[in-house]
Ligand binder design. Structure first.
Ligand code: G3H
Ligand code: 13P
Ligand code: NA
Ligand code: ZN
Length: 328
């Protein structure tokens, strides 16, 4: 059944676990997340980005998620809009039936330029006001997602940060976070701790200087009652990269966010963990392997089946690692 995200995150906080929020764009990804959740008894957050709504079309996104609710009525499910760029986009998602929206006011409406703190407060407060009137949960974002290693910000999605910015300026400031939550009345806060979207996060296994888990502890100490959200949380498993390379893919050396670091973050208020890239890698590895082993096959069902299965196994693993087993 469709539930509010606030309800799920409150339950996760009381019981000390985190919920992976998987991005979905198509039938196979929705089925993968749902069947994994079914097997382990986990609650579900399905999130759709602006890109997903554009790829599938709004009616398909809406009805794919509707179909999941109909097929698995006993699984509590949140339909969340990922990275809404304006109050208008958030309103559109609410009209479409989303039970949770992210207003990402850390960037201006172009999705590229870093916004001022006052702009962020203004648009996020506006969304919280309208969303809360109809029981919809709101996630805001404060700080700049992006690599502390290169100081150049997101390489894949164009959220480029100024090369002159320092690590301190990219990370979420605990004091500012407290003011932001108080002034906007959001339910959950996405924080910047050195992660970035996509497969190319770190050029080495991250250590505390480039992945600031310690910052989460400081933020949590300051706003213990606010649910924290980690974006760019794919772990980029080396075995997926190896399989992709073995079967004709060209992926450079890269490292993601280690699962142990996410598990540590869950001890300090992180309740929602956004994952997209790992699902993409799992499906691509499975399809590439299938094609080299079965060069004669051409029915999409033949190769989408192992891809869906690989995505399901990844989702199941994350549900278990983040403590979701039996929490639904
Ligand atoms: O925010 C980033 C998510 O991975 C969504 O990616 O915009 O390509 O759908 P997308
Ligand atoms: P990844 O690219 O690390 O999977 O992050 C996804 C995300 O943060 C979506 O909002
Ligand atoms: Na989000
Ligand atoms: Zn994100």
């Amino acid at each position: 059944a469709l539930v509010s995200m606030r309800e799920l995150l409150d339950h996760a906080a009381v019981n000390g676990y985190g919920i992976p929020a998987f991005n979905v764009n198509n039938l196979e990804q929705v089925q993968a997340v749902m069947s994994a959740a079914e097997e382990v008894g986990a609650p579900v957050i399905l999130q759709a980005s602006a890109g997903a709504r554009k790829y599938a079309g709004e009616p398909f996104i809406k009805h794919l998620i509707q179909a999941a609710i109909e097929t698995w009525p006993h699984i509590p499910l949140v339909m969340h809009q990922d990275h809404g760029q304006s109050p208008e986009i958030c309103q559109g998602a609410i009209n479409l039936g989303f039970s949770s929206v992210m207003m990402d006011g850390s960037l201006q409406a172009d999705g590229k330029t870093i916004a001022s703190f006052e702009y962020n407060v203004e648009v996020t407060r506006k969304v919280a006001e309208m969303a809360h009137r109809v029981g919809v949960t709101v996630e805001g974002e404060l700080g700049c997602l992006g690599s502390l290693e290169t100081m150049k910000g997101d390489k894949e999605d164009g959220h480029g940060t100024d090369a002159t910015m320092t690590m301190e300026q990219l990370l979420t400031d605990p004091e500012q976070a407290a003011e932001f939550v108080q002034r906007t009345q959001i339910d959950a806060l996405a924080i910047a701790i050195g992660t970035s979207h996509g497969a190319y996060k770190f050029t080495r296994k991250p250590t505390g200087d480039i992945l600031a888990i310690s910052r989460i502890k400081e933020i949590h100490r300051r706003i213990p009652n606010t649910h924290l959200v980690m974006h760019g949380s794919s772990s980029v498993p080396q075995e997926f990269l190896a399989t992709i390379r073995e079967h004709g893919g060209a992926m450079k050396e890269t490292y993601g966010v280690p699962v142990e670091e996410i598990q540590e973050a869950i001890k300090y208020g992180v309740r929602k963990i956004n994952i997209d890239t790992d699902v993409r890698l799992a499906m691509t590895a499975a399809i590439r392997k299938y094609f080299t082993e079965n060069p004669d096959k051409f029915d999409p069902r033949d190769y989408l089946k192992p891809a869906r299965e690989a995505a399901k196994q990844l989702c199941k693993q994350r549900f278990l690692q983040f403590g979701c087993e039996g929490q639904a």
